[in-house]
Design a protein around this ligand. Sequence first.
Ligand code: GAF
Length: 378
Amino acid sequence: MTTHEELFGAAPDGLWAAPGRVNLIGEHTDYNDGFVMPFALPHTARATVTRRADRTLRVHSLGTDGETVEVALDGLAPGGVPGWAAYPAGVAWALAEAGHEIGGADILFDSDVPTGAGLSSSAALEVVTALALSDLNGLGLDPEELARLSQRAENDFVGMPCGILDQMASASCSAGHVLYLDTRGLKRRQVPFAMALEGLRLLVVDTRVKHAHADGAYARRRAECEAGAKALDVPFLRDVPHEDLGRALERVEDPVVRRRVRHVVTENRRVERVIELLDAGLAREIGPVLTEGHASLRDDFEVSCPELDLVVSAAGAAGALGARMTGGGFGGSAIVLVDEAAADAIGAAVTDAFGAAGHRPPRIFEAIPSPGAQRLPL
Ligand code: GAF
């Protein structure tokens, strides 16, 4: 395997890691100023970095075609860097736009966060870059600043209008905890989530499908939510209280927008229900709330797909406590809450159902709440 020294001719100054995530509940709520509840996966993007004396950024990824991409820090402009390198280059651009002074760097990336699986491989790449450049340039940025700069890179440099869920998860999650995050003001609380202690397991089922046009559909959902907020004369759908939902829906004429509003308002309420149950030590009981959330994403928000629906129905039929798609949707992954003793049988039932439907077998693994971005010993 190519080493940092072979590639760049110098030993790295440091090693950093940032994780992918799953979202337990709170989907498509972040860009509505609402609530989310992710936790970090043990899968990470890792970066070894050497400072350079000039103003050049060289990036290389072990997971891609082997090209080293070289960009001039002073010539960075949105849309100017194609492919995966737009993520780290976008972070360098966002740092400069925010007035931070950074020098050139050589960065070698390696990642085991599955790509295209809805598990935030892009956010992991952004956040690891932001943290490494912050540390190496003595910027001392906190997790919130790292997440905001990474989101800015993705929104304005890469051109994907995501919310801040993925970047905050990667930057600020904590091992053994789920992050309860209010995306309005980024107030957050780390909530203990020790499933094993309660005889539970949370499985990730990566369907290994990514349907086309996902990015365009995401942008459309966001616009529909903005149209809903406008129709209701509120800044964001977060400002529609759950108890006013019936009256609010009567005021939205467009039937599509009405369904989007209903998803967002009920989803924020589901996050609150899950947090109440976790705080009361009733983790088992979150299962039905997860499954209800899936139905809302499938029917009202229309971001699921046959493969994700199959995971949820097959897992439910095999005795799962609850299941839902996680992340943006249109393919990617689902999460399945199971009793530990039933985990293997439920995983096998989902795999069998995929076979019977003519789909490739899914990739199934256990989700262990893991640390957020950090510097590691070399
Ligand atoms: C994607 C986006 F990047 C997040 O910001 C979030 O909106 C999510 O989809 C849906 O909850 O992961």
